[in-house]
Structures are given as C-alpha cells and as structure tokens.
Design a binder for this molecule. Structure first.
Ligand code: ARG
Length: 642
C-alpha cells in the first residue's frame, strides 16, 4: 500500500464536494466545543447523508459519542457544537431546533450554494485541476509472454492497468506505461530451439511461421523437457517391470538432453548470435503483433514504445547482483545470492547457484530503471494476485538497495521513497465457478474472446435498432455494436473490486439492463439525445448562453443529481490513489440512475418556463459530460448515438 501522500491534493476535490466542506466546518466547531468542554476528540466528524429527507440533507452524529466518553448530556454537547458552527455559504444556519433526538444535528444545504459549486465544476476540465508539479508514475500492465497466444486472463492486466494509467493521466500526472513482456530465459530459448529444429528439417520457414505454431511448439517442448521422473520413480517403487522402466528412462534421458540443448541455445541467445537472435526476433514480432492488435481492439493505449521486455534488462542483471553484493544488501547462501527482506520469511532470490538470473532479478532491475531513469515517484503493477509474494520480495529488495528512492534532479520528492504498489487482481471464473475455459478445457484465446464480444454486441444493437425502426445505417450499427461489445467486457472487468475473482457470463454483460457497460453507454446517449431533440425543436441555446444560465436546484431529484456530480473530482482522486477503477464505475452507475430519476421527475424541454428549462438543460449538459468523462477515464469507449 502507498506509504505517503507526496503533495496535498489540489483544492478541487476538497472544495467542490459539499460533504467535504461540511466536514471542515463541523471539524472546526467540534474542536472548539471540545476544547471548551474539556472533551478529547478523535477527529471524526461523523457526518452522513440524512436518513430522512424531511430532516435535511446531512446529519452530524458526533455529539453522542463525545458526550458518552465524557459523561455529559449529548444534547448539550450538540448545542455547544451548533453554537460554534459556521455554515455560511454552504448550508442554512443551524439552530437549537435542528438538534434532533439524542443529539443528531441536521443540516440543510443551500440551493444557491449547490448551484455555485456546480458552476465551478462546469468547466472544460470538470473542476479537476492539474497539479502544479506533475509527478511521474509507471504503470506495469499487460505483461504478455512470448510464443504464447494471449488468453482471457491477460485482459485483466491490460484493461485494469490501462484504466489506472488513464486515471492518473486525467489527474495530470506524467504516465509511462510499461508492458513487461516475458521474452527472456529458458522457456523462450526452448521455443527458439524447437523452431530452429523445424526450420532445419525443412518443415517450416522462418517467414512462414504463425503465432499458432509457436503456441503449439511451446506446449510440445514444455512436455518434452518435463520428462516423467515421477513415473519412473513409481515404476521402480512398485516394481512394474524392466520394460516400463526402460521406456521411462529413455524418455527422461531425452528430456535431460532437450533441456541441455535449450540451455546451450540460451547461452547463444545471450551472446546475441545473429542467427539465434533472428529466430527470437521473429517470435517477438509475431507475439507482439498479436498483443498490440488485441490491446488496440480493447481500446487500451498499450504500444510498442510502451513495451520493455525482460530482455531489455538482460545486460543489467549481473551488475545489479554485483552491486547488491558489494554494498552488503545481498548475501551468498548455499551458492545462491539472496536479499533478505524484513518481515518476509522467504528471501528474494536474485542469482541461482548455477549463476542464472531470475524473474525477480529482472524486476529489481526494472524498479531501478523506473525510479532512477524514468523518474517515477510511483510504480503500480497490474498483475495477478498470485504474484503477491513475488512483489513483496522485489519491493523489499529494491527498497533495501535504495533503488526505489526518488532521485529526479529538481524533483520536490528527491530522497523520498517511491510508492511501489501491486494492484493485484483475481481470476475470471466461468459460470461453474471454475477458471474460465473453453468447453474442451483449454484457455480461451483473447482474440476469440474479443471476437465473441463484438459479435454479440453487434447482434444486440441490431436487434434494438430493428425494434425501434432506427434509421442508423448498417455500417454505423456495426461500429456501434463493436463499441457495445468491448464496453461490456471491459466494464465487467473493471466494475468489481479488482482483487476478487468474478464470474463471467456474456449473457449477463451484453445487455442494456442492470449494472453493465451497455446500460451506461445507453444512458450517456440518452443524455446527449436531449440536445438533439432540443435542437430539432429550436430550443437549444448556444454554448455561451448555456454555460451562463443560472442553475436552480429546487426539486429533490435535482438536488440528488447535483450532490452526486459534485463528488466526481474527489471520487476520481480516491480511485486513482487506491488504483481502484471500480470506484469510478460505481460513480458512473449511480450517476446514470440519478440522471434517469431527474429526467422522470423534472421535465426539461417541457419545463414550465424558460429559466427552468435552461437550468435543467445545463444540468443535463454537466451530467452528460461528467458521465462521458468518467467512462473514458477508465477506458470505456463511448458513443454519440445508438
Ligand atoms: N509476464 C509475467 C507473467 O505472465 C507478468 C509480468 C508482470 N510484470 C512484472 N514486472 N513482473 O506472469
């Protein structure tokens, strides 16, 4: 978890949310009252939305606890708070009459205050101020492995990672995405070796090889190298006969030989022999071509420039281990080199006794590069939760080595620890509660998965269009359907707490009902639709007139909508800080519901008078822009019409 808040948040988040303003004002009053009454206060204002609308908008529940602790009468404590309370400019003055029951303090916001706050939100940036000095964040995302086709599990590392990156971009940070491609080591050397064998045998040419071939070779060579040591042990133990033993012995000898050849290939790859590198390059290009294509279709910004594979650290690993040893950060243990990290039983292994480096060594080198060279004050890893121990070890080792200390020349954070965070995610499950697989038990290829989403998105969009006898041309419907399908799977992946597994079902996602991507896209299109209707009816003011129109918050539905809109900057900041895009999704879903309630209750184009109509149109405009911004900020593509 992040250990520091480098800069105080710009004032927007605090300034626009009425709840935050109330907390400040109540905080001052409670502190003063407690000082006078000699009560110790824990700093909590205990302000909540009112349980009953006729009591007000918010209530402060602090008096009861304070009185109890000090053996005083809660209503008297409440009165002492109220006496010192200044709510000018935000709420109606609070008097003794607003103290209810055992000491609740009821607060009624002022409509003009809400309108003024909304006016401040109604800017092109929607009230979100960029920081005076942007910090740099590295977001580690996607993380494909060479020679393996991306499967459905990769969607999470890509989609959540991109959403985290986008949230920070939206807040004005300098964001560097890093696709940490698994393109180095023995596994890859095995595929290189196999592919060379096939080429040598004339069965294949380098140019003719396809990603599917690589995937097959990968699995084949893994099997060959595994041998069957366990089987041989069983045969011996249970005396299953010389024939079975001989067969398994041969298989195991074959496996050992294959591994030995793969190791030799790895040495030649590491020595950058052109012939070997050419084969490796082909594997890299095929894998990355597929990867970047999928990332593009998923509306994520993962590019070739944003990809730095494990191979890009290969030259640094020996130096890193030497450095760690030289400074006493690492130690030799049974021939291997380890870094002991406080609080973790298993040390971080950075060099094996045979001299080989590991996944962890690369990640320690990556932290050094990201913090020291790329200037990050924060590095977030969107990686499977099953790698939690790995990241705790690596973060601990890099921190101990001083690699995670911000060094950027001129940075206000120089010398401070960078925030290293594992934004871990759970698994995608099928409806049977087991890991999501094809019917035959294979991993679902990401490409197939995206294809199916798009195809289903198109089907539902066509169906809806036919129901409404829509005049949208077929090719546009097809594009709309694609966006609907992608939005659906992305929203499903983003809208739940990322650390938890979730059950995936196309039927439950690609629907316009409930908490789904398509529902939100439709809600947004409806908000935009009102401006089209207004234009057709000749009722639409120009932008200048609209943004100058006084906002009138009179109906409960208007107030509820306004209150929610005003929390947007704070919600976004908190979501980014915790790397939790689902908070923005939840905000968007609630917004869509409140907008629809407002639309039902408050006629817009048929408003009783011009002033009301303009005010409501302006509310629609703000709601539409905030909803669109929230969706795009977590990477959900949006539509103008559907
Ligand atoms: N390629 C890795 C895997 O498939 C994920 C990489 C995650 N990023 C990192 N810096 N370790 O498990």
């Amino acid at each position: 978890m992040p250990s520091r808040t480098p800069h105080p948040s710009p004032s927007d988040a605090a300034g626009l949310d009425p709840l935050v303003v109330l907390r400040e004002r109540f905080g001052a009053a409670i502190a003063a009252a407690c000082a006078t009454l000699g009560i110790a206060w824990d700093g909590e204002t205990r302000i909540e939305p009112s349980k009953r609308a006729d009591f007000g908008d918010f209530q402060c529940n602090a008096a009861m606890g304070l009185a109890k602790g000090a053996g005083k009468n809660p209503r008297e404590v409440a009165a002492a708070i109220v006496e010192r309370l200044d709510l000018s400019g935000i709420a109606e003055p609070v008097t003794a009459r607003d103290i209810a029951g055992p000491g609740f303090i009821n607060v009624r916001l002022r409509s003009d205050a809400l309108a003024a706050l909304l006016g401040r939100l109604d800017t092109p940036a929607l009230g979100i101020e960029p920081p005076a000095e942007p910090e740099t964040i590295v977001v580690d995302l996607c993380g494909v492995n060479l020679a393996k086709e991306m499967h459905v599990g990769h969607i999470r590392a890509t989609v959540i990672g991109d959403a985290v990156a986008r949230m920070f971009e939206r807040l004005g940070w300098r964001v560097v995405r890093q696709n940490h491609v698994g393109d180095w080591g023995l596994n890859i050397a095995m595929v290189v070796m196999k592919l060379r064998d096939e080429i040598a045998s004339g069965r294949r040419t380098l140019a003719g090889v396809r990603l599917g071939d690589l995937d097959r070779l990968y699995k084949q060579v893994q099997r060959e190298c595994a041998g069957d040591k366990w089987g041989l042990a069983c045969v011996r133990k249970f005396g299953l006969g010389p024939k079975a033993a001989a067969e398994l012995e041969e298989q195991n000898a074959g496996a050992e030989e294959t591994v030995a050849r793969a190791k030799a290939t790895l040495v030649r790859l590491q020595a950058q022999e052109p012939e070997i590198v050419a084969v490796w390059r082909r594997i890299y290009d095929l894998t990355m071509g597929d990867c970047l294509n999928n990332c593009g279709r998923l509306h994520t910004r993962v590019t070739a420039e944003a990809s730095a594979g494990e191979s890009s650290y290969a030259d640094e690993l020996a130096g890193v281990v030497e450095d760690l040893l030289a400074r006493g950060v690492a130690e030799v243990s049974e021939g291997a080199v380890v870094v002991r990290v406080e609080g973790i039983a298993e040390p971080c292994l950075v060099r094996k006794s045979d001299g080989g480096f590991l996944y962890a060594t690369t990640d320690v080198a990556a932290i050094r590069r990201r913090v020291q060279k790329l200037g990050a004050s924060r590095v977030v890893y969107c990686v499977d939760i099953r790698q939690s121990l790995h990241f705790r070890q690596v973060f601990g080792a890099a921190t101990k080595a001083g690699y995670a200390t911000v060094s950027g020349a001129g940075s206000a954070l120089r010398g401070q620890p960078a925030v290293l965070q594992h934004a871990a995610f759970g698994m995608i499950l099928g409806e049977d509660g087991l890991p999501f697989k094809t019917r035959s038990g294979e991993n679902v290829r990401l490409t197939d998965f995206i294809d199916e989403a798009v195809q289903r998105g198109r089907a539902i969009v066509r169906e809806k269009a036919a129901e409404r006898a829509s005049d949208i041309p077929a090719d546009e419907l097809s594009r709309i359907g694609e966006v609907v399908g992608i939005a659906a799977i992305k929203y499903a992946d983003l809208s739940g707490d990322r650390a938890r597994d979730y059950v995936f079902s196309f039927d439950n996602l690609i629907t316009f009902e409930g908490d789904t991507g398509p529902y939100l896209l439709y809600a947004l299109v409806r908000v935009k639709g009102i401006f089209r209707q207004a234009r057709e009816a000749g009722l639409v003011p120009d932008d200048a007139a609209l943004s100058a129109a006084p906002i009138l918050i009179r109906e409960p539905a208007e107030k509820a909508l306004a209150l929610h809109l005003l929390t947007y900057p704070a919600v976004l900041r908190a979501a980014a800080e915790a790397c939790e895009p689902h908070r923005v999704c939840g905000f968007a879903y609630t917004l869509a519901g409140l907008y629809s309630a407002f639309y039902e209750a408050c006629p817009v184009l048929k408003a009783p008078d011009e002033v009301t109509r303009l005010s409501r149109l302006r509310l629609c405009s703000i709601a539409g822009r905030v909803l669109g911004d929230a969706l795009e900020t977590v990477g959900i593509p949006t539509l103008e019409r559907m």
